[in-house]
Design a protein around this ligand. Structure first.
Ligand code: HEC
Length: 728
């Protein structure tokens, strides 16, 4: 985007009221438990995966292996893949969804919870749906206004929205059929995950555990949107009953794992289920991947006491009733934002000579888990990345990690630089499993992070911004060139082919930067992955030999899917950066900083000859920092406020990653009124940059401006190459 010119007209626009939010029809259809023909077809497709012509759900089928049986594209001809069609998308925000394709029609969701449908073979647009999420909800999204996909069921398409609605659309027209508000809209809940359909119910969780909410999953009637059951994944603040499916297990066991002293009673405790919800058709049960605690800091959250069920756990529920069956907690008493929300894959594996129904999981904490689905027993837990320092391994008898005592920073009172950090050894980016090779393909990464015990008044719970109970300001990199360089060097990505049978990495491909795309694998002995450096690649599934390397112009974070129409196999995915990493990384974004962020749907086929639109002209932004006039004290005050409220979207040291504006070169920087109009008065709130008036005085905002001016000068003088501002 060209640098914004701050005219009087734009500043005046600050006072304009926002368009009111979308009124939903909410016209309930009469519910019926019996499935109609289209629903039966959906259920069969989800159970069996079908012929591979369809990609019936984001994870392909109920098992969510992201494995296609198609072999038309294989290790023999994948190098001949070319572009069949592309479509540029509206919003230059993260695109994380996997395209779902049924009967030759592609359904995909986008930033701001929008949905579109396309003729999958030709790229002809069929319909678009915009739930009109109010822009200021973006401040409650820890990791961008993304959406990871739709669910398809009978004649309906379901999507969850950033402002917490679950919406059913007509599959043919894209018209809204019903809409249910699934969260308390006054709380910082969001939905970024895909709904899942099980029997005649549609299931959805939520996010918000960085800010302070209480996690849960709800099952709704797919026909009417009426609630069937709800399971809370963190306790009721008064430990009272909720009238929910989770009541019994909390009363009998889970409540006791939370201290009676601790901030969870006001914060909600976290434990949101913002991604993985998987249905086990063999055992008729559902698995939830549960997120981190709020605040992260176990010392603050629960007085350093108790395991805090069901944070960082996989929880198995009865599908019909939502009743608890078992859970396995991967990180007891979690304190590093080690979510267990990552995608869950269902498979069969021979364990000690016995064919066993297992689930595979590679959560943020860096260990790969193989769990017996019938009883939740840990079969194995082995590292899938090289560098892990919070634990040395797992005791398979007790199922508990063997922790490094220094990692619990709230106990030692000393800072701890953890690897993995909060961005995880594996984040939401989908992994895939190939039954022919027995390998799981994980988009892994190494991103260290410092944790400090709550430092000062500013780090306490506030109505806006992250509330994580560890000083975010304290994690800003110091004024030290070597430290900045070390941050880049320490931040890497890797495609890991993990063998659950041996607990070892079978093969791996190193990526120079973190935050690469999700994977997909096929019976053609292939693994596909896009990279944060703008390549779309294919490798042999058995050995990892690279067979395809296409320039896609833009960073890629999403996972591909594949399908067949009229006998032709296609591969589909979206480009664009997005999510927590480009927002927060600063200079650690490394080479990804310079890669454009282009929101685009791309479909490939053998011999495809379409061309990408011309790449954006490389915009070197003029970099003329205003002179430093502020006092050191004002800069220091601004640094603290920036770390607390701004870093999570504008990057460490205000170094932008071509995703949100690089504040060091913002047209507002030299103009106190323009700066205040945005930061205090909310001039850009409908674009996701809210007013911080609830937590910042005009003096605070002015101090932040002083700090950003200081950063602009310092980085220009000291890191001119590594931090050169990039456009978006
Ligand atoms: C939730 C993410 C988020 C947070 C937190 C956030 N910003 Fe922003 N900010 C944005 C986005 C997105 C834009 C670009 C909006 C647009 O497209 O015009 C932006 C734009 C701006 C701009 C205008 C830049 C320009 O030249 O257009 C300024 C100034 C700004 N932010 C300052 C701040 C400050 C100061 C803080 C901390 C108090 C902060 N922001 C916190 C997301 C955020």
């Amino acid at each position: 985007m060209a640098k914004r010119v701050w005219t009087a007209a734009l500043l005046g626009g600050a006072t304009l009221a926002l368009a009111s939010c979308n009124a939903s029809k909410n016209d309930s259809l009469s519910g019926t438990a019996a499935l109609d023909e289209a629903e039966k077809a959906s259920e069969t497709l989800l159970k069996t995966g079908g012929s591979g012509d369809d990609w019936g759900a984001i994870g392909f089928s109920y098992d969510e292996q992201r494995f296609s049986p198609l072999t038309d594209i294989s290790d023999k001809n994948v190098g001949e893949l070319g572009i069949a069609w592309t479509a540029d998308l509206e919003d230059a925000r993260g695109q994380e969804a996997t395209p779902v394709v049924v009967d030759g029609v592609m359904y995909v969701s986008h930033a701001w919870s929008k949905v579109s449908a396309w003729d999958a073979a030709t790229g002809k647009p069929l319909w678009k749906f915009d739930p009109k999420v109010p822009g200021e909800r973006a401040v409650h999204a820890c990791c961008d206004v993304v959406n990871r996909g739709v669910a398809l069921w009978g004649d309906k398409v379901f999507v969850g929205t950033i402002d917490g609605r679950l919406i059913a659309l007509d599959r043919k027209s894209g018209n809204e059929l019903w809409s249910t508000q699934t969260v308390d809209a006054d709380k910082p809940y969001t939905i970024t995950g895909a709904p899942r359909v099980v029997k005649d119910m549609v299931l959805i969780g939520n996010g918000g555990a960085e800010f302070g909410v209480r996690g849960y999953v709800t099952a709704y009637d797919a026909d009417t949107g009426k609630e069937r059951w709800r399971f809370y994944t963190a306790p009721n603040p008064t430990k009272a009953k909720d009238g929910a499916a989770s009541d019994e297990i909390f009363a009998t066991k889970a409540n006791a794992t939370w201290s009676d002293k601790g901030e969870w009673q006001t914060s909600g405790g976290g434990g949101t289920v913002w991604d993985a919800i998987v249905y086990d058709k063999d055992l008729d049960q559902i698995y939830l991947g549960v997120g981190n605690g709020n605040p992260w800091n176990h010392g603050t959250r629960s007085n350093g006491e108790g395991d805090n069920w069901f944070l960082s756990s996989i929880v198995a529920l009865d599908a019909a009733t939502g009743q608890y069956k078992w859970h396995y907690q991967e990180t007891p008493g979690e304190t590093w934002d080690y979510t267990a929300t990552q995608p869950i894959i269902l498979a069969e594996q021979t364990v000690n000579g016995t064919p066993t129904k297992v689930l595979y999981h590679a959560p943020k904490n860096g260990f790969f888990f193989t769990i017996d689905r019938s009883n939740g027993k840990l079969i194995d837990a082995k590292p899938f990345v090289d560098r892990i320092n919070w634990a040395t391994g797992y005791d398979l008898a007790t199922g508990r990690p063997i922790e490094n005592p220094e990692a619990r920073f709230y106990k030692t009172g000393k800072p701890f630089i953890a690897i993995p950090g909060a961005l995880g050894a594996h984040n939401w980016h989908p992994m895939s499993y190939n039954p022919a090779t027995g390998l799981v393909y994980i988009p892994a990464q190494q991103i260290p992070q410092g944790y400090l015990q709550d430092m000062n008044e500013l780090d306490k719970r506030k109505v806006l911004g992250f509330n994580v109970g560890t000083s975010l300001t304290g994690t800003l990199l110091p004024d030290d060139k070597a430290a900045f360089r070390a941050a880049v060097a320490a931040t890497t990505g890797r495609l890991v082919a993990f063998d659950p049978r041996t607990g070892k990495v079978a093969w791996a491909v190193d990526h120079p930067a973190a935050w690469n795309g999700g994977t997909m694998t096929t019976a053609g002995n292939l693994v596909f992955q896009g990279t944060s450096l703008g390549r779309f690649r294919a490798y042999t599934a058995d050995t990892g030999k690279q067979l395809l390397d296409l320039d896609m112009q833009s960073g890629i974070v999403s996972a591909p899917s594949t399908f067949r129409v009229n006998g032709v196999q296609y591969v589909a995915f979206m480009t664009s950066k997005g999510g927590a990493f480009p927002l927060v990384a600063g200079v650690a974004g490394g080479a990804t900083r310079k890669i454009p962020n282009i929101p685009r749907l791309v479909v490939l086929k053998i011999g495809g000859t379409a061309k990408l639109p011309a790449p954006p002209a490389t915009t070197t932004l003029a970099w003329n920092p205003p002179p430093m006039t502020a006092s050191a004290a004002q800069v220091a005050a601004g640094k603290a406020q920036f770390g607390r409220y701004c870093m999570v979207c504008h990057g460490d040291s205000a170094i932008g990653n071509g995703f949100t504006p690089d504040l060091r070169v913002s047209g507002t920087l030299a103009n106190a009124d323009a700066w205040k109009a945005v930061v205090v008065d909310g001039a850009l709130k409908e674009r996701g940059m809210v007013s911080f008036a609830k937590v910042l005085t005009p003096q605070d905002a002015e101090a932040i401006r002083a700090y950003v001016i200081e950063r602009s000068n310092w980085t220009k003088a000291n890191l001119p190459e590594a931090s050169a501002p990039v456009g978006r």
